[in-house]
Design a protein around this ligand. Structure first.
Ligand code: G1P
Length: 838
């Protein structure tokens, strides 16, 4: 297509408007990009070059929609959702963009005709690991749903140079390797230097009078860092909406000190540059240790300040005033990491824009909402007052003022309750003063939500109960969800095809329609194909296991899988105790009959979390013994897959028969892996925890393997005095299991290696593994029995999928839109491409 650039004075024409979708145009664009952008001849190109060229080809086709979306948002009177999150675990972009643009098949064909295989090209993309686990992945699912539902939205976060470490397993131990995901360039981002912002740190504050004699406070920082926006398009599924994920990179304003250089101080010459860039250097692993706490607070403030300044700048440009900010912006705080937003927004409004405190506070409270993701006390962030004072002196003053006013209100509502004041205060007294970020977020927001029904109840009854007493209307539940586009369509294409063939393709936008699958429950052909698809997915995973772990697994065995962050509350080691139990049964009776199983684990341990790392080592140590023991005769195999990530998840979830969701009841806020497994036809063995409860309600109790103590029972037992040793003494198998582990049976030459693990279980057992062991083991026996009845298992698997509609993140996002953000969809219509008007 020849497009004339309608600039009257020039005759520039562009060859192609880069939106063409025919196979020929796509092939041509691919070849052009390889030549002109990658600078490679096809005969010399490698797979990275192909990946880059194809990504640019795809991005070009996104751009028209992206720019049109920005234009519509700019022109219309809209309300925008701003999702502030320290983590966005987006997963690979290329495959997802092809799916959402409905381009997958054409590109597959174009690539094929160019002599390549699309799957291989897709595999080249580094998985941008800008998150630790569920929290970051949830943020990514939410962005997908927001764009799909045509909601004006923007994600704000940090462009970490190194994402979550790559995990390699050496001698059974986790070894962390830096994740250099940007080393070959990132074709998905566009840098917007023109929107750079300044972020202040340190220094002191001073009071001054303005022209009219009104006193104000100003912050004189000791150093300033620049935030450079890097934008990534987020396309909705089969819609024109392409929203933006804006990630901030930290840079020094002046990154080279010539004076220092000239005087021979070469380190000094680049010191500021290094200090500034450190802020967005690396994703901070969730390891609950004091190292790096200052850096982490710097990171949080950095991206919060950049984002809020950006929101205010754009709002002012459009409306010229700030009193109506809350009518046009809904800002969601994804956990406490961005909670400093409350104080920063007040500072921007009061200090920089000279608004009166009360009005600024009204705007802040109506703009912000806060999502809590955990009840684990160590993850509820608190910052020492001295650290705050040195890094954010003005914010500390503002927080004191917010707290003072808030506690005065509390005093009028509940006079003479000093204990209540102490509990509600944003400042924790005693043992070193601390700023409680969850309290700050709760006080400064108009809505507070948990991420599954039980979790929200526990928030109300426990962690935030005093706040619930003050403001019951603020609290609401938003059960998590996941996007079926990535987690079913992209991850499991043959399965999706089968579903679409039966019920049409609209289920991908209306997941409840999966219910229609129940009409095919007795259709023999459908059931056979259902099993074939699962079997083929298991084979794919088996091949991967062979290639990466050199372990041959039986695709007819139960694929029993637990993938998630390694944490004691998630109880990977309960799974392991059961495996050891089975192994000992085989050793005692080598002829024992057992439904064959392949136990698969995957997940990263925070580098500073000793026990989590020891659990990984224990899984690998047991795997070594079990997999090599000829007595086992292929009845059980144990595999730890290194470097679990979103892309590996796409291979794993579709291949699972059994999903392990076995956290101690009351500890897992929601879980989202549980949803991905269910949607891909796995059955769940799980406790009444997080979203498991709702999954079970939806799929029906007959189609779910339930075991274990309830949250209330856990609390009661703890209250009455839990003694794990009682279980050890009274349960022979459990005793043998723990003894073997403690005696060094699985760690020849290192007798005491697993003693800390066993000691912690015997002496504290914080997460009640021993109390749940027998129930878990009995439930696993039911699983083994059930799996023998292939027909019944198939029925349960179909019902799990058919009834998983609730767990689409589209449903979750609709609830946020209606009940918290009060935002409406905005239609983006495409105009024919005309560069002159762009
Ligand atoms: C955390 C919670 C998990 C929840 C997720 C998203 O994820 O622990 O229950 O589903 O946030 O809300 P994690 O980091 O543990 O994977």
């Amino acid at each position: 297509m020849q497009t004339n650039v309608a600039n009257q004075t020039s005759n520039i024409t562009v060859e192609d408007d880069r939106t063409g979708l025919s196979i020929e145009t796509l092939k041509r664009a691919f070849a052009d990009n390889l030549f002109y952008i990658q600078g490679k001849l096809a005969i010399l190109a490698n797979f990275t070059d192909y990946y880059m060229a194809l990504s640019y080809t795809t991005r070009d086709r996104l751009l028209q929609r992206w720019l049109q979306t920005l234009k519509v948002y700019h022109e219309q009177d809209i309300k925008t959702v701003y999702y502030l999150s320290a983590e966005f675990l987006m997963g690979r972009h290329l495959g997802n963009s092809l799916i959402n643009l409905d381009l997958y098949e054409s590109i597959e064909q174009a690539v094929k005709e160019s002599g390549l295989d699309l799957t291989e090209v897709l595999e080249q993309e580094p998985d941008p690991g800008l998150g630790n686990g569920g929290l970051g992945r949830l943020a990514a699912c939410f962005l997908d749903s927001l764009a799909t539902l045509e909601i004006p939205a923007m994600g704000y976060g940090i462009r970490y140079e190194f994402g979550i470490f790559n995990q390699s397993i050496q001698h059974g131990w986790q070894v962390e390797i830096p994740d250099k995901w940007l080393k070959c360039g990132n074709p998905w981002e566009v840098v917007r230097y023109e929107s750079t912002v300044q972020v202040k740190f340190g220094g002191h504050t001073e009071v001054y009078n303005d022209d009219r004699g009104r006193p104000h406070t100003r912050w004189i920082p000791s150093f300033t860092v620049e935030g450079i926006p890097h934008d990534t398009p987020v396309p909705g599924y089969q819609t024109n909406t392409v929203n933006t994920l804006r990630l901030w990179k930290a840079e020094a304003g002046e990154d080279f000190n010539f004076q220092a250089f000239n005087s021979g101080d070469y380190d000094g010459a680049v010191a500021t540059k290094i200090k500034s860039e450190t802020i967005s250097k690396v994703l901070y692993p969730n390891d609950n240790t004091p190292q790096g706490r200052q850096l982490r607070l710097e990171q949080q403030f950095f991206f919060v300040s950049c984002s809020l300044q950006d929101i205010i700048r754009r709002h002012l440009k459009k409306y010229g005033r700030l009193d109506n900010l809350a009518d046009h912006a809904a800002v969601q705080l994804n956990d406490t990491h961005p909670a400093i937003s409350i104080a920063e927004m007040m500072r921007l409004l009061v200090d920089d824009h000279h608004m009166f405190w009360d009005e600024a506070w009204r705007i802040t409270q109506s703009t912000f909402a806060y999502t809590n993701h955990t009840l684990m006390p160590e993850a509820l962030e608190k910052w020492g007052v001295p650290l705050f004072e040195s890094l954010l002196p003005r914010h500390l003053e503002i927080i004191y003022e917010i707290n003072h006013r808030f506690l005065q209100d509390v005093q009028t509502w509940f006079p003479d309750d000093d204990e209540l004041l102490l509990r509600l205060s944003i400042i924790e007294e005693g043992g070193g003063k601390k700023v409680r970020m969850a309290n700050l977020a709760t006080v400064g927001s108009h809505a507070v939500n948990g991420v599954a029904a039980l979790h929200t109840e526990l928030l109300k009854q426990d962690v935030l109960k005093d706040f619930y007493k003050l403001w019951p209307e603020k609290f609401n539940n938003k059960t998590n969800g996941v996007t079926p586009r990535r987690w079913v369509l992209l991850a499991n294409p043959t399965f999706s095809e089968l579903i679409t063939e039966k019920i049409g393709g609209t289920w991908l936008k209306h997941l409840d329609e999966l219910r229609k699958l129940e009409t095919f429950i007795d259709d023999k052909d459908f059931r056979d194909r259902w099993r074939q698809v699962k079997q083929a997915n298991k084979q794919k995973l088996a091949d991967y296991i062979m290639a990466h772990n050199c372990v041959e697994v039986d695709v007819n065995s139960i694929f029993d899988i637990q993938v998630k962050r390694i944490h004691e509350y998630k109880r990977q080691h309960l799974d392991l105790l059961h495996i050891i139990g089975l192994y000992l049964r085989i050793k005692q009776n080598p002829n024992i009959k057992m439904t064959p199983r392949t136990f698969v684990f995957g997940g990263k341990a925070a580098p500073g979390y000793f026990m989590a790392k020891l659990i990984i080592k224990a899984i690998n140590a047991v795997a070594d013994v079990v997999n090599r023991d000829p007595d086992v005769h292929g009845r059980i195999k144990v595999v730890f897959l290194a470097n679990f990530s979103a892309s590996l998840g796409q291979l794993i979830y579709p291949a699972a028969d059994l999903s392990e969701q076995i956290s101690t009841a009351g500890k897992e806020a929601s879980g989202t892996g549980n949803m991905k497994f269910t949607m891909n036809g796995a059955l769940t063995i799980g406790t009444l925890d997080g979203a498991n409860i709702e999954i079970r309600e939806e799929v029906g109790e007959d189609n779910f393997f339930l075991f274990g103590l309830t949250a209330a029972e856990v609390e009661k037992m703890k209250y009455e005095g839990y003694n794990p040793r009682d279980y050890y003494e009274s349960n022979e198998e459990l005793r043998n299991v723990l003894d073997r582990l403690a005696m060094g049976y699985f760690s020849p030459g290192e007798k005491d290696l697993f003693k800390p693990l066993v000691d912690s279980l015997l002496h504290h057992d914080e997460y009640m593994l021993l109390a749940d062991y027998q129930a878990y083991s009995d439930c696993q026996a039911k699983v083994s029995e059930a799996y023998k009845d292939v027909e019944h298992w198939t029925t349960m698997s179909i019902l799990n999928v058919a009834r998983s509609g609730k767990f689409s993140s589209d449903r979750t996002i609709k609830e946020y839109c209606d009940e918290i953000w009060k935002v409406k969809p905005v239609k983006v219509e495409l105009e024919p491409y005309d560069p002159a008007r762009a």
